[in-house]
Design a protein around this ligand. Structure first.
Ligand code: DGL
Length: 259
């Protein structure tokens, strides 16, 4: 699995319990973070390079644990490589099912907000509900530094969620894996009348389904977790510790231990 940085770690713990026998390599493309302000061509280039690296390590399925990368590159990856890819997209379907007011909001990176994939998704549910897209510049960057419980991040969240005060949206879908680490803060700032949802559990279930369907699930042994990054390995380890200290559920490296 890969993300531009630490965001996909929000998917990892759930995935680990869904497929406990599998060996999981988590690749953080930190040297190229953030994807959210890059062009589609740049993101595709990086996704291709990371995919090659993961395939070189023997990957049998790749989780694109990043909404921005999914939006910009998953169709291209599926055309170019012969393994199954599971991607992330904002949980608009459950949002449309849960809303009572008929208005839902989506918190996404600026690149996802501009993407055709989001436009198509909004079109698909747009007849049933009104969708308000909230692009959040710099928010993933704060999570990437491990700043998930500080005042500056809360101030930014408050600012991006300001439109919710008047729009009447009662469901907020998180459309960037980094934001999952801010779920409680986002919930508090969105207010009691807004339900916050994110898709990582659904993605973990989808991985299990795809592996089972292709008869690729391991049937014995304990799985492992290994972390790799295109950036600085020590910095990546430090931010994982910071996120854990702030309460995030992030597996330790086990048992092969290669960083
Ligand atoms: N984690 C990425 C996502 O889910 C966004 C972070 C970035 O901008 O690179 O969209």
């Amino acid at each position: 699995m890969f993300d531009s940085g630490v965001g996909g770690l929000a998917v990892l713990a759930g995935l680990r319990s869904m497929v406990p026998r599998e060996d999981i390599v988590y690749y953080a493309d930190s040297a190229f973070f953030p994807y959210g302000s890059r062009s589609v061509a740049e993101i595709r280039g990086r996704c291709e390079a990371v995919t090659r690296e993961l395939l070189g390590l023997g990957a049998k399925l790749i989780v694109v644990a990043c909404n921005t990368a999914t939006s910009a590159a998953i169709a291209h990856l599926r055309e170019s490589f012969d393994v199954p890819f599971v991607g992330m997209e904002p949980a608009l379907k459950p949002a449309a099912e849960q809303t009572i007011s008929g208005k839902v909001a989506l918190l996404v990176t600026p690149q996802t907000a501009r993407g055709e994939k989001l436009a198509a998704l909004v079109d698909r549910y747009g007849a049933e509900v009104t969708v308000e897209t909230l692009p959040a510049a710099d928010l993933a960057e704060r999570v990437e530094r491990g700043a998930i419980d500080d005042d500056g991040t809360r101030e930014l969240v408050r600012r991006y969620l300001e439109p919710l005060r008047t729009s009447g949206a009662d469901v907020l879908a998180l459309g960037c894996t980094h934001y999952a680490f801010l779920r409680s803060m986002i919930s508090e700032e969105a207010g009691a009348g807004v339900t916050v949802i994110e898709p990582s559990e659904a993605v973990a279930r989808q991985v299990q389904r795809v592996l089972a369907g292709a008869r690729l699930l391991k049937s014995a042994g304990a799985g492992s977790v290994r972390y790799l990054t295109s950036g600085d390995a020590q910095a990546f380890e430090d931010v994982r510790r910071r996120l854990r200290d702030a309460g995030a559920d992030i597996p330790e490296t086990e048992p092969i231990g290669a960083e």
